[in-house]
Unconditional design. Structure first.
Length: 369
């Protein structure tokens, strides 16, 4: 979720290609949005909300949201950073995998694997162009994603590969925050420590299948350390004192770090079963509290770069962000108590926060005009 690198100025034929690419990018975002809607409805049916549509895909709620929605958005952003037509293979394959998942096609995981391998190629190209610790971390994160997708395609249960997927998102975000840390004085030891923890996190996440209990607790420790690093050294601790978009983004980043810390502590102290309330708390603490909060925080910055659609800041976006974190708190509390009513209220709140963000974005655009 980094800001794309500036592409080389285009000639007239390249301008025509850019219009075509822009059409493709927007189409991929539409697929990601449709996948998000389907995944939300599927998740609500899993939590016990009676819906007429959604039960048929409830079994793939997790992979659909994690891979199809977040995976498409991140790989598309990386493709824009590369500014090469072939880099669209990665988000294109992931978007096709999401359609195949919804259609119930058995080879959907293989399409997702193709998309992940294409993303590895994109990140390798970026490393070749700019050798830096944060570009290497993005490459390693995409390798973890490819490992997880391949394992899933080989019919390894989702609860055994979920840590590899978590590693992809955490390393991608860590890389972005490490890049941003160059804008503020950060001790060299702090940057090196973050890289070491992130690398250990990636390695252990991909071997968690064989050393489940030890790996599980070590992964939780890594989450706690990464969250503590963000709270102490992240640029957001300075920009949160500003106003407008910068403050909104900083609040999203710091709130996300809080949930990574909480999830890491729960993961480190409590066993993670393959299903049930604890499983729900740990996964949604990461993917909703951490990853989705980061998406909210960066959307006004990334959307104009990826789709050439302006998303000006409006305080309504902050309302949606607060609603997201309140709903995560309800859900995690319901999981840990355990209290089914609280868990269900949190799940519904998660969905409403996502809808509120879309409405707030549309309102912000309307007010700007």
């Amino acid at each position: 979720m980094t800001a794309p690198l500036a592409p080389v100025q285009a000639s007239a034929p390249r301008a025509r290609d850019t219009r075509t690419e822009l059409f493709v990018r927007r189409g991929l975002l539409v697929v990601a949005g449709a996948s998000a809607l389907t995944a939300v409805l599927a998740g609500l049916t899993r939590i016990g909300v009676p819906l007429a549509w959604g039960p048929s895909v409830s079994a793939i709620h997790g992979p659909l949201f994690v891979l199809a929605v977040f995976g498409t958005v991140i790989s598309l952003e990386r493709a824009v950073a590369v500014a090469r037509w072939w880099s669209l293979v990665a988000p294109g394959a992931v978007a096709a995998a999401s359609i195949a998942m919804i259609a119930g096609l058995g080879w959907a995981p293989w399409l997702a694997t193709v998309g992940a391998l294409a993303l590895v190629g994109v990140n390798a190209f970026i490393v070749r162009r700019q050798r830096a610790p944060f570009t290497w971390l993005m490459l390693i994160g995409s390798l973890a994603l490819a490992f997880g997708n391949l394992s899933w395609a080989l019919r390894v249960p989702v609860f055994e590969v979920i840590h590899a997927w978590v590693a992809f998102f955490v390393l991608t975000i860590v890389a972005e925050r490490l890049e941003m840390s160059r804008l503020t004085p950060t001790p060299r030891w702090a940057g090196n420590a973050l890289i070491a923890v992130a690398l250990a996190f990636a390695v252990v996440s991909c071997t968690a299948t064989w050393i489940v209990d030890v790996a599980h607790r070590f992964i939780g420790l890594c989450m706690v350390l990464i969250a503590a690093w963000q709270a102490r050294f992240d640029l957001a601790r300075l920009t949160v004192r500003t106003q407008g978009l910068a403050r909104f983004a900083a609040l999203g980043v710091l709130a996300a770090a809080f949930w990574l810390f909480v999830t890491g502590a729960v993961t480190m102290l409590l066993p993670m079963p393959p299903a049930g309330p604890l499983y729900d708390a740990e996964l949604h603490g990461v993917f909703v509290g951490y990853v989705l909060s980061m998406v909210f925080a960066h959307a006004p910055i990334i959307l104009p770069s990826v789709a050439k659609i302006a998303l000006p800041y409006h305080p309504a976006l902050l309302v949606a962000l607060c609603g997201l974190h309140l709903s995560v708190a309800l859900r995690v509390a319901g999981d840990l108590l355990p209290n089914a009513a609280l868990r269900q209220a949190g799940a519904i709140g998660n969905a409403l926060a996502l809808v509120a963000f879309v409405v707030a974005a549309l309102w912000a655009r309307a007010r700007a005009r």
